[in-house]
Ligand binder design. Structure first.
Ligand code: FEO
Length: 161
């Protein structure tokens, strides 16, 4: 694998683990607000991000490339509201989408067909990720903060598998 592609994948493994760390910090904030359903949703999100990093980790292994792990920054620890948490989630996912698109462009430029095919899964996944965050933001905007509807939504989000 081209060195530039290797470096870009190592960087994206860090970005996925950083995403996991952000969502784990959000889960902690939601737990502190006594919203266990929202916190559960974020913990599932955290696990998904770890699995994204591991998909890339295994892909590099399969290609005979040694993974070089990078430092992960500290995430934001406190948010002003539940809505702010989900707005930050969407903004973060939009950034990740741009990063995945850059990876796709690089794979194409380097004529790395295996990487191009591998990255298609991530392209589709980002559509799903942005959709999920957007739907929760829209629902949160429809309900009163701290009202009974927030508790109903908390129970709904507790069902995420
Ligand atoms: Fe791994 Fe949420 O993108």
């Amino acid at each position: 694998m081209d060195k530039k592609m290797q470096q870009a994948f190592n960087e994206q493994i860090k970005n996925e683990l950083y995403s996991a760390y952000i969502y784990l910090a959000m889960a902690a904030d939601l737990e502190a607000r006594t919203l266990p359903g929202f916190a559960h949703w974020m913990k599932v999100q955290y696990k998904e991000e770890v699995s994204h990093a591991m998909k890339m980790f295994e892909f590099l292994n399969d290609r005979g490339v040694k993974v070089l792990l990078q430092g992960i920054p500290q995430p934001t620890l406190e948010y002003a509201s539940v809505l702010e948490i989900f707005e930050a989630t969407l903004k973060h996912e939009q950034k990740v989408t741009a990063l995945i698109n850059n990876l796709c462009d690089l794979a194409k430029e380097l004529n790395d067909r295996a990487a191009t095919v591998f990255l298609q899964w991530f392209v589709s996944e980002q559509v799903e990720e942005e959709k999920n965050a957007t739907q929760i933001i829209q629902t949160l905007k429809m309900i009163k903060p701290e009202g009974p509807a927030l508790i109903m939504l908390d129970r709904e989000l507790a069902k995420r598998e």
